[in-house]
Ligand binder design. Structure first.
Ligand SMILES: NC(=O)c1ccc[n+]([C@@H]2O[C@H](COP(=O)([O-])OP(=O)(O)OC[C@H]3O[C@@H](n4cnc5c(N)ncnc54)[C@H](OP(=O)(O)O)[C@@H]3O)[C@@H](O)[C@H]2O)c1
Length: 292
């Protein structure tokens, strides 16, 4: 399969206003891509778009709060109206919350981290699949994390009412990311690749903004001392995952940096992946048997 270069590609990138996503947006700009930058902060979105243009790329900024499923659908509508094809869908936005928050969905209440980090990417992929298929060869890249190994899916407790801790809720959503990308790869035609990737520990991003306690202090110290990876390095890896021709044969892979690596053994459980898929469809109110 001939893989295209990113210079004439349309890239939809969530979480483009900060951290790894912003660094990746700049790199997509260097490569001349057309980038749909998605985030909540208009100021940082506009700034990032200016930087993408300065570097030789182009695109638009779309402000969307991914905790609102109507905003996810409106984002998909805007992309669909504007572009006939989407070559890369980079599902990178995520958050971690110190306290439990519950949000209503059509299928019932859910915990907010799971909604933003997993259900919104699930729905956005569903809505943009036609455009990805039109662009094939094309690619979906989900930014997960190695902490997916610590996650418990807890589908019977969607609001995490029984017990909540910030790391547990985040790890759960990151496990859902890898289960989703693996199941998506199994369902997609072979010329649409789906990958998950772990960017490494990146203390200088905004992810740990609200992290308190000893861990929060350690992260801030790590950032100051240059421990871990820089946003630029991890952003480069995201762009690699989005565009490397050699990854076209690795659909379903989980990358650590650039290396395909076995994910947690639960990701190989077909029944668990299907259960998450069907439950996600129910919560966001789409038919579960997609792609048709
Ligand atoms: N940093 C690490 O050590 C690390 C390690 C493993 C995996 N990751 C993963 O890397 C990805 C990028 O995170 P980061 O570290 O670069 O963090 P970050 O600097 O906090 O960036 C997160 C991005 O997600 C967006 N976002 C958050 N909530 C949103 C919402 N409700 N609606 C729309 N956009 C929302 C933010 O937009 P606004 O700022 O505009 O709100 C921001 O652009 C995440 O998937 C994270 O799980 C990070």
């Amino acid at each position: 399969m001939e893989w295209k270069t990113l210079d004439d590609s349309v890239v939809v990138l969530t979480g483009a206003t900060s951290g790894i996503g912003r660094a990746a947006a700049e790199r997509f700009g260097d490569l001349g891509a057309e980038v749909v930058l998605v985030g909540r902060s208009r100021d940082r979105g506009v700034e990032t778009l200016a930087e993408v243009r300065d570097r030789g790329g182009d695109g638009i900024f779309v402000r969307a709060d991914l905790a609102r499923l109507d905003a996810v659908r409106a984002l998909a509508d805007e992309v669909t109206e504007r572009y006939d094809e989407v070559d890369v869908l980079a599902l990178n936005a995520a958050l971690s919350l110190p306290d439990r928050e519950v949000v209503e969905t059509p299928g019932g209440p859910v915990e907010r981290v799971f909604l933003v980090n997993h259900l919104a990417p699930y729905l956005l992929t569903h809505e943009l699949l036609g455009r990805l298929e039109s662009a094939a060869p094309s690619r979906v890249v989900v930014t997960s994390s190695r902490v997916h190994r610590r996650g418990e899916l807890r589908l019977d407790d969607p609001t995490l009412a029984e017990e909540y801790d910030a790391l547990g809720a985040y790890a759960r959503s990151k496990l859902a990311n890898v289960l989703f990308s693996t199941e998506l790869a199994a369902r997609l035609p072979s010329d649409v690749t789906a990958l998950a990737y772990h960017p490494g520990f990146v203390p200088g991003s905004g992810l740990y903004r609200e992290t308190g306690g000893a861990f929060g202090l350690a992260v801030r110290l790590a950032s100051r001392l240059g421990v871990g990876r820089s946003v630029a390095e991890s952003g480069e890896d995201l762009v690699y995952a989005a565009g490397a021709p050699e990854l076209a044969v690795e659909s379903g892979a989980y990358l650590v940096g650039r290396d395909p690596t076995p994910p947690d053994s639960r990701v190989g459980n077909d029944a668990l992946r299907r259960r998450l898929w069907d439950e996600s469809a129910r919560l966001v109110d789409v038919e579960p048997d997609w792609p048709a």
